[in-house]
Design a protein around this ligand. Structure first.
Ligand code: ACO
Length: 328
C-alpha cells in the first residue's frame, strides 16, 4: 500500500534564552505564577538578523541530512507559519532558494499552531495520490516580534524556533496512518493579530495607537476549547484506525500550556510521563514549530521505536486543530 513516511526530522532554535526571571524584570509577573499556570520556565528569542526563514532553513537542512535526501529531489515544500519573513513572497520560497530545492513547488500555510499538522496532511495526500514523492514540511515562527512585551497576559507564553520533517512515499505498514484537520472560524477573534493585514494596515494611525500589530488573546476561552478540540482530534485519529489510547506509545501534543497538555492526556487516559512528550518548559509556545521540534527531539533521543504508534495532536488560532497518527 502506498503511504507517506517521515524519513528525517530536524529542528533549530535561537541561542538566546529568556527566562521567567528575565520576564520578572520586564512585566508584573513571577516565576512562580508562570510556572504554575503554564509550566513554562524559559523560551528562545531570535537575535537581530535572524528571521523565520533562518530557523526554517537550519531545521530543513538537518531533516534532509537525516533522511539522506538531496534538496533538489524535493517535489514540494510546505511551511506553516503566522510570522513569515514578509507578507509575500512566501517564506517557503526563501527556504527553497536557500537550500537549493530547485525542483520543488513551495508555499506557506496559515493555520497558526496547527500549521505543521495541516502541512503534514497535505503532504500525505499529495504522496498518496502519486503527485509527489518527497515533501518537506516545516513549522517555523519568530513570535517574539509580534508579542507585546508590555502585556503580561501573552508575553510569558511564546517563543521562537523551527522544526521540519521530510516525508517520502513508502510501501508497507509503517508511516502516516491518517491525518485529520478541523477548523472552527466562529472563534477567529479569540486569538489573533489584529494589525498588519488589510483590515488594519501596518501604516494606519489606529494600528500604531492601539498596538494592533501584537497578538491578542482571550486566554480562558482558548484554554477550554483547546482541551476539548485536542481530545476530539486525537479520538478521531484513533477510531479511524480501530485503535484506542492504550495503543499509543507516544503522544506529541502542541506545546501551549502544561495544564492543557495534562488535561488532554488525562481525558485520553495517557497519563504515564514517558508516553507524553513535553518540552514547553524550555521553549514556551512556538506555534507551528512546537510539534515538529518535539517530534525531532523524540526521534533523536530514541523515544520512537520501530512499530511504535505516535499521535500528533494540535490546536491553534482560527480555531484550527488536527491530528496525525503514525506507525514508526
Ligand atoms: N503574571 C501574573 N499575573 C498574571 C499574568 C502574569 N503573567 N497574566 C495574567 N495574570 C493575572 C490576571 O491579570 C488575572 O488577575 P485578576 O484576577 O486580578 O484579573 C489573574 O492572573 C488570572 O488570570 P487568568 O487569565 O484567569 O489566568 P489563567 O489561569 O486563565 O491563566 C493563561 C492564563 C496562562 C493565559 C491561560 O488562560 C492559558 O494558558 N490559556 C491558553 C492560552 C494559550 O495557551 N494560548 C497560546 C496560544 S493558543 C495555543 O497555542 C493553543
Amino acid at each position: 500500500m502506498l503511504r507517506s513516511k517521515i524519513t528525517g526530522t530536524g529542528s533549530a532554535l535561537p541561542e538566546k534564552i529568556l527566562t521567567n526571571s528575565d520576564l520578572e524584570r520586564m512585566v508584573d509577573t513571577s516565576d512562580e505564577w508562570i510556572t504554575t499556570r503554564t509550566g513554562i520556565k524559559q523560551r528562545r528569542i531570535a537575535a537581530e538578523g535572524q528571521f523565520t526563514s533562518t530557523f526554517a532553513v537550519e531545521a530543513s537542512r538537518s531533516a534532509l541530512a537525516m533522511a539522506g535526501v538531496k534538496a533538489e529531489e524535493l517535489d514540494l515544500i510546505i511551511l506553516g507559519t503566522v510570522t513569515p519573513d514578509f507578507p509575500f513572497p512566501s517564506t517557503a520560497c526563501i527556504v527553497q532558494h536557500e537550500i537549493g530545492a530547485v525542483n520543488a513547488a513551495a508555499f506557506d500555510l496559515s493555520a497558526a499552531c496547527s500549521g505543521f499538522i495541516y502541512g503534514l496532511s497535505i503532504a500525505d495526500k499529495y504522496i498518496r495520490c502519486g503527485d509527489a514523492k518527497k515533501v518537506l514540511v516545516i513549522g517555523a515562527e519568530v513570535l517574539s516580534r509580534v508579542v507585546d512585551w508590555t502585556d503580561r497576559n501573552t508575553c510569558i507564553l511564546f517563543g521562537d524556533g523551527s522544526g521540519a520533517a521530510v516525508v517520502e512515499a513508502s510501501q508497507g505498514d509503517c508511516g502516516i496512518l491518517s491525518t485529520h484537520i478541523f477548523s472552527n472560524g466562529s472563534y477567529w477573534d479569540t486569538l489573533y493579530q489584529p494589525g498588519c493585514g488589510n483590515r488594519n494596515p501596518a501604516t494606519s494611525e489606529q494600528t500604531i495607537a492601539e498596538r494592533l500589530f501584537y497578538i491578542k488573546m482571550e486566554g480562558n476561552d482558548v484554554f477550554k476549547h483547546a482541551v476539548r478540540a485536542m481530545e476530539e482530534a486525537a479520538c478521531t485519529a484513533l477510531s479511524a484506525n480501530g485503535m484506542t489510547p492504550a495503543d499509543v506509545s507516544l503522544l506529541i501534543p502542541h506545546q501551549a500550556n502544561r495544564r492543557i497538555i495534562d488535561a488532554t492526556a488525562k481525558r485520553l487516559g495517557i497519563t504515564e510521563e514517558d508516553r507524553v512528550v513535553i518540552n514547553l518548559h524550555n521553549y514556551g509556545n512556538t506555534s507551528s514549530a512546537s510539534i515538529p521540534i518535539s517530534l525531532d527531539e523524540a526521534n533523536r533521543s530514541g523515544r520512537m521505536k520501530t512499530g511504535d504508534i505516535v499521535l500528533l495532536d494540535a490546536f491553534g488560532g482560527g480555531f484550527t486543530y488536527g491530528s496525525a497518527l503514525i506507525r514508526c
